[in-house]
Each structure stands twice: as C-alpha cells, then as structure tokens.
Design a protein around this ligand. Structure first.
Ligand SMILES: Nc1ncnc2c1ncn2[C@@H]1O[C@H](COP(=O)(O)OP(=O)(O)OP(=O)(O)O)[C@@H](O)[C@H]1O
Ligand SMILES: [Mg+2]
Length: 353
C-alpha cells in the first residue's frame, strides 16, 4: 500500500507475538430509567504492540465506553459487560479489582479530554506523578521518583519542571495540565495508552501540539496508542489503523491508507467526505444526513441503514463484521457492490508514486 500522508513511520513492526489488546465480542450494557440499553454490541478488534490505532465515530457511538472498559472504569453501579478484553493475553473483565489496580498505569493508562478527571486537585502535580510511579514500583525511592517525574515533566514540554512539580493542578493552564496528565499516564511506561479526545477541549494550535506530543512520546517508548476522536482527519494524520464505530458497533476496520483510498463502509466514506478540505472552501461542507440513533431506539438489522444513501431492500438484516482482506473487515451488506468516495482519489495516489 502506498503511503498517502507524511505521517512519520513508527518503530513498531507487526510482530508474531500476541497483540497488546484483543477485544472479543465486547458488549456493554447500562441500566437506565428506560430499562437496560446496549451501548456497544459485539465489538471485536486488536491492537498490536507499538501501533497507533484511531477509533472514530460520531457522538454516542460508544468510543469512550469502549476505552473505559479496557481499564475497567465503567460505573459498576449500572453497567455490565459481556465478551472478553484481553490485555497482554489476560482477560481484564475477570480480574479482581485488587489486580486491576496493578494493571492500570502499568499495562494500560488513559488520558481524557478533561485533565481534572485524572488529576487530583488536593495534591501537587509532582506528588501525583511520583506517587503513581512508586505505587507500581515500591523499590523506587522518593528522590529517584521525584527525579523521574521532573524528567518526564520536561519531556512533555513543561517549562521549569522542578517548579511545576510543586504546583497544584489548578495553577497550570489547560494545555499544561493536559501535559501533566500525559506525564502521569506515561510514567510507568504502559504498553497501551488510551487517549480519549485528548485535545478537543484545547484551542486549535495547542490541540495539534498535544496530539503530536502523545504520538511522539509513545513512539519513542514503543507504547501502543488507541486514539479516540470524532475526527477522521486527525486519525489520518496520526495513526496507522482505523476502527470506525457506528451506533455501538465496529463497522469498518482497516489501515488508514486503505480507508482514505477506498472506504468499504458508507459511514466511513461519509466521515471522510465530511472532513473540511482547503480546495473545497467555497462549497458547502458535506454532512451525513440524520443522526446517531438513541440507545433505546436502535433500528433492527443494519443500524446505519436509515441514514445510508446506498441502502436497498435486502439491507434489513443484521450483517456481521466480515473479513474482506488481510487486516480488513467491514459490516455492510453491499461492501462488494459499491464504489464509495474516499478522501484520496486513485489518480492522486498514482501521481504521488
Ligand atoms: N454511565 C452511563 N449510563 C448510561 N448510559 C451511558 C453511560 N455512559 C455512556 N452511556 C451511553 O452510551 C452511549 C455511548 O457513549 P460514549 O460516551 O461511549 O459515546 P462516544 O462515542 O464516546 O461519544 P462522544 O463523541 O460524545 O464522546 C451513549 O448513548 C451514552 O449516552
Ligand atoms: Mg466520548
């Protein structure tokens, strides 16, 4: 496959070893006032060591709850899950909470859109980072942990890291807080980092810097990244693989290059068409008609059907995620009949070769 962007190549090469994350038939349910609803239905995907995978989809498609389920951070009170979430081969859905504490931070960590979700306002930034390190590595002394935290604060681009180490989170700007949270997530060098819309709350210039920082640091450390975003443009610039989620289901899974060149699901194609492009600045931006269905009014069969311009009689039934090539799968009845518009035309790719 031709490289269609200037994304830097990552150190990770596909390995024969087990993937860092293997999600098998994951379903997530919530108890609500209207009874039990299903937010994610039979989702399956894998993330290999060191790779960056984007998870995209509109609001409500089940991206965050999927991310939270990997760290087992869904509210116990009103949720339940079915299926398996294998982290380094171990099913975290079955681990006792005591063991989960050892997994979070060390095998997998998560960064959120809002850093105060992860940072505690009553401890200094430095205390929190070094405490995280020492919780997983009691053999590391206080001084050593502090030095490691200050080094990492510097790596995440915080000026005067030794002074910032002593600050409380509210004293830092939004961008600096985000950097501190990244440091906290990476201090124990997890194999997988789940980054849930890590930059959308920030202004545009800082957004790009934060994303670049996450990708660069994880590349240096060989950390796999699951980047959750509603913006397929961001995934195209930063990830190798993409998982498209729609209404709680993975509808397409392939390399970013394949998605850009020849999406096989109408929803992926719609998301691509909705990315603003400089050359189209005088024409109206495409938007997928309609909206994501609410959980208690999911259509039977293909969930995208009511919004799909390619739907025909025969699309009513429920389609499985079908493997259609090496590391490529799609959930659409018509995947082999449609020639869907992508972001990059075949001619453009041929010219760039
Ligand atoms: N604790 C909860 N109780 C009940 N329903 C929930 C809960 N958390 C999430 N949901 C529902 O699950 C569905 C998926 O939510 P999720 O937050 O994963 O969406 P998302 O794809 O991350 O959207 P966004 O882009 O807005 O962040 C939504 O319909 C949401 O309302
Ligand atoms: Mg979300």
């Amino acid at each position: 496959m031709t490289e269609t962007s200037d994304r830097p190549a990552r150190a990770a090469e596909p390995t024969a070893s087990a993937p860092v994350l293997e999600v098998r038939n994951l379903s997530i349910y919530f108890q609500t006032m209207r009874g039990e609803v299903q937010a994610v239905r039979e989702s399956s995907f894998t993330i290999e060591a060191g790779e960056a995978v984007g998870m995209v989809g509109e609001s409500g498609s089940g991206k965050s709850v999927t991310g939270l389920s990997i760290l087992r951070l869904l509210p116990e009170r009103n949720s339940r899950i079915e299926g398996e979430v294998l982290l380094n081969g171990r099913d975290v859905t079955k681990l006792p909470e005591k063991e989960m504490v050892g997994v979070r931070g060390r095998e997998v960590s998560m960064i959120f859109q809002e850093p105060m979700t992860a940072l505690d306002p009553v401890f200094t930034v430095g205390q929190q980072i070094s405490a995280t390190l020492r919780a997983h590595h009691p053999e590391i002394g206080r001084k050593q942990a502090k030095a490691a935290a200050i080094d990492l604060l510097e790596d995440v681009g915080i000026p005067e890291p030794a002074q910032r180490y002593r600050e409380y989170p509210h004293r830092l700007s939004g961008g600096m807080r985000q950097r501190a949270m990244i440091a906290m997530a990476l201090i124990c060098e997890p194999q997988l980092l789940v980054a849930d819309e890590p930059s959308t709350a920030l202004d545009v210039t800082i957004q790009a810097q934060i994303l670049e920082l996450i990708l660069e640091l994880s590349r240096d450390r060989g950390t796999a990244v699951m980047l959750i975003t509603h913006d397929l443009g961001v995934v195209a610039e930063t990830c190798e693989r993409v998982l498209t989620m729609y209404a709680g289901e993975v509808v397409e899974q392939c390399s970013v290059d394949a998605a850009l060149l020849s999406p096989r699901h109408p929803y992926t194609s719609g998301l691509l068409r909705a990315i603003p492009r400089a050359e189209d600045r005088h024409s109206e931006l495409y938007a997928i008609p309609g909206r994501v269905p609410l959980l208690h009014e999911m259509p039977d069969g293909c969930r995208f059907r009511p919004r799909c311009e390619y739907a025909v009689d025969g699309c009513e039934g429920r389609q499985d995620l079908v493997e259609i090539g090496l590391d490529r799968s799609v959930r659409c009845w018509r995947y082999d009949q449609l020639d869907l518009p992508g972001a990059v035309s075949a001619e453009a790719t041929a010219e760039s070769e």
